[in-house]
Design a protein around this ligand. Sequence first.
Ligand SMILES: Nc1nc2c(ncn2[C@@H]2O[C@H](COP(=O)(O)OP(=O)(O)OP(=O)(O)O)[C@@H](O)[C@H]2O)c(=O)[nH]1
Ligand SMILES: [Zn+2]
Length: 393
Amino acid sequence: MAKKKHKPRATFRKNSQTSARENDLTRGYHGDGESDAAAEDAPSHERVSGKGRFTRKRTISGAELVEGESGPQLLPDFDRELCVAGRVLRVQGLVSTVRGDDGRSYACATRQLLKQIAIDARHAVAAGDRVWLRPERSSGIRQESEWHEGIIERVEPRHGALSRTSRNRRHLIAVNLDQLVIVTSAAEPRLKPHLVDRFLITAEKTGLKPLVVINKVDLIDPADLMPLVGVYAQLGYRALLVSAQTGLGVDRLRERLAGRVSALSGQSGVGKSSLLNAVEPGLGLRVGAVSNETQKGKHTTTTAELLPLESDWADGGAVIDTPGIRQFALWDVEPEEVAGFFRDLRPYVSRCRFPDCTHTHEDFCAVKDAVADGWIDSRRYESYVQTHAGDEA
Ligand SMILES: Nc1nc2c(ncn2[C@@H]2O[C@H](COP(=O)(O)OP(=O)(O)OP(=O)(O)O)[C@@H](O)[C@H]2O)c(=O)[nH]1
Ligand SMILES: [Zn+2]
């Protein structure tokens, strides 16, 4: 992660024959190298190579520069009158499924310009995107069905992206997420706090607000969980004890899902589908299909799918429940980064004698002292040591 990022810049010129307005638009790419490839997609007559490896000038007509959460973003002009706003539920190949704010479902292609100006053309559109689409006249059989067709004309600035690295490439799973729901079970399968800690690191790293949900509390005495829940509460992490079976805590879970887009993570069999069915019976997700095969490989091909929660209580909330996120773990966290993602260790790391202290075997380690003095929970510290060593939870 300490990899040095290039900050290539590209200059875009807004060019409209009907308007005298001419804006020079400058954008800083995130510079993951792929941006360069995206820039190559621009028509060559519009591209002027500047000095330096990453400096490029090109002209794109019909785009405006908008200040997004992740810096300035170039958004194409579009005719709002002709378009419908909507939310992308999933992307499969070149087709995005969009739920329009008009209540219709659209199968959409993506306007070429959007791919040209995307930092990474493969991810010009992702599950969770807020888009504007231009409905097309439906053809043939589809005319009779609920399905409509359209072209995505514009993608609004994003926040809360969840991505995964595989073979050194970043795969965007979903965007505009507000919350990472970490589901675990009190028993069957047994509670694995280290796994929860690992998902908490993911939340810290991605900036998604975590919610720890401990399901199947009908199988144990909830009082047994209080010490664990207390440690999380002290760290500012909200934890809910629930049972999909008895309905305990389901109302409180609804409250946390309302008005938010939540990604669900957690190992197989903890009851994610059961919980979603309990909060929203209409979803009708398959339950109990715990696979006996190894989970490996199962999550390599995932199409993230956003499931809108349609009930009144949900207030526009949605959940995303895919194997890719369920198993989502620390694939791209370096050992030296780990301590910074443990809220309880973070205040001590700068006080260690050695600046490169790993807080495992060194003397004069402020983290180990804090554990010995009871300021840091020893179970959390064990989690740190395991994660730092790269062990599976
Ligand atoms: N006792 C008890 N059993 C539960 C509860 N919630 C779910 N289960 C059972 O746990 C098993 C797994 O439930 P699922 O909802 O399929 O679990 P999942 O997390 O979606 O599993 P995957 O789809 O494999 O990731 C099923 O047999 C459920 O009936 C609960 O609150 N209490
Ligand atoms: Zn240390």
